[in-house]
Design a binder for this molecule. Structure first.
Ligand SMILES: [Zn+2]
Length: 78
């Protein structure tokens, strides 16, 4: 589970961006921390880069498919 120390650096948000699931190799739309829905692994991914390919993040048979979900959005200045 993602962790933090100083809560004043994080805001709670209901933005729909936190509900979308992404497949391996798909383009990352928002920089931030993503969690795999099936195994709970977490990664940092940058906007415009692809999510880790299938052969980089692997599941044991029967674990289900890899689906990345945004859990912490990195607010970047324009
Ligand atoms: Zn996984």
């Amino acid at each position: 589970m993602a962790q933090y120390k100083h809560s004043n650096y994080l805001n709670q948000s209901d933005n729909a961006a936190y509900d979308t699931l992404y497949k391996p190799g798909e383009n990352c739309p928002n920089s931030g921390i993503y969690r795999c829905e099936a195994c709970g692994d977490e990664i940092a991914s940058n906007k415009g880069n692809p999510f880790p390919p299938q052969n980089h993040h692997q599941h044991a048979p029967g674990k289900g498919s890899i689906q990345w979900k945004l859990i912490v959005f990195a607010q970047q200045k324009k």
